[in-house]
Design a protein around this ligand. Structure first.
Ligand code: ZN
Length: 334
């Protein structure tokens, strides 16, 4: 947007926008910056449009000095099919602005493409998380859940009516393919970069195995009209799920008994409305992507993010490691 004859504003929200003075007619160079040309090609194309090389070069310098020039690798741009590039463009733009990485999201895209996430539990929350991650560019998203899909499992971002009666994991794999045809859904036995455990899939054996094998895992629960995302467990480096149970036992000595019975019980229907499922899945996806992108420490490490309906606000609870938990034993430390 032109603020006046000589000042170009890039961005609308004052928290992102930058105003550039003195661009003049050479501002046309900006329209050439779509990631398909390297610096020399931008200057050559500008020249063919009547903008002198030194003026074009000056525009690039102005943008770079203002911190708003993203140098997306032209080779990577060319290597992506048009449709995929167009679909991931909002992801790249978001990562680029949010992380200020200067490469147009290229590094984030590479991290996501190489990532393997396994989601245990493919009900309305789990399947939704899987589709969100695949749509955000995660290369392999496998679901584990043999239970046949019931009507209460269906969700706009997950299982469809045609999946009813089929194993939920298979319906979730089809949902992932709808969202991102290039994503891989097979669980080929490799160790995932991240495991997501939805509420009904937190068996002690599974979590103990993840802890022992050093596999990062994120707990997610949407039930009782409450959404909980976290903790994100980095084995040996942060509070584990048992640390949380030990803290809950400190506050309520009967907690282990309650937990044991809740693990065995089949709580149907869960009080997990479709909007609660979607918002919990979305927050879970933000934490999973924060972990994969490796720019910031996800806030679900040593904590949980929680919303208690009808409240609207997500709040963070801190859960430090528990001194009595074996996960912090010297043998487990890095
Ligand atoms: Zn622990």
């Amino acid at each position: 947007m032109w603020r006046d004859r000589g000042t170009l504003q890039i961005g609308i929200d004052p928290r992102r926008a930058v105003a550039l003075e003195g661009l003049g007619p050479a501002a046309a160079v900006i329209s050439l910056l779509d990631g398909s040309r390297d610096r020399e090609a931008v200057i050559a194309t500008a020249q063919s449009c009547g903008v002198p090389a030194d003026a074009a070069s000056r525009v690039l310098t102005l943008l770079a000095v203002a911190g708003i020039l993203d140098d997306f690798p032209a080779q990577l741009h060319r290597s992506m099919p048009d449709e995929l590039r167009a679909r991931l463009a909002p992801e790249l733009a978001t990562a680029s602005l949010a992380y200020r990485d200067g490469d147009g999201g290229a590094r984030t895209l590479a991290r996501r493409r190489d990532a393997f996430v396994r989601v245990h539990g493919a009900g309305r929350t789990g399947a939704n998380i899987a589709t969100l991650l695949a749509a955000a560019g995660v290369g392999r998203v496998a679901c584990s859940d043999p239970v046949p899909a019931e009507p209460g499992d269906l969700a706009p971002g997950g299982l469809l009516r045609t999946d009813l009666g089929e194993p939920r994991a298979e319906g979730a794999a089809r949902a992932v393919k709808r969202a991102a045809p290039e994503a891989k859904t097979a669980d080929f036995g490799a160790v995932p970069d991240l495991v997501i455990l939805t509420s009904s899939y937190r068996s002690p054996d599974l979590t103990a195995g993840l802890q022992r094998d050093g596999v990062p895992h994120l707990a997610v629960r949407a039930s009782e009209a409450i959404g909980v995302v976290g903790p994100l467990v980095l084995p040996g480096r942060s509070a584990c799920l048992r640390c949380l149970d030990l803290r809950k036992t400190d506050a309520d000595p009967a907690w282990p008994k309650v937990l044991a019975q809740a693990t065995c019980a089949s709580l149907r229907p869960e009080a997990c409305g479709i909007v609660l499922a979607a918002m919990t899945a979305t927050v879970a996806a933000t934490q999973a992507l924060a972990f994969i992108d490796q720019v910031l420490v996800p806030v679900a490490v040593n904590g949980t993010l929680e919303v208690v309906l009808p409240d609207w606000q997500w709040r963070r609870r801190t859960w430090p490691p528990h001194a009595a938990c074996s996960c912090r034993s010297p043998g487990n430390r890095e």
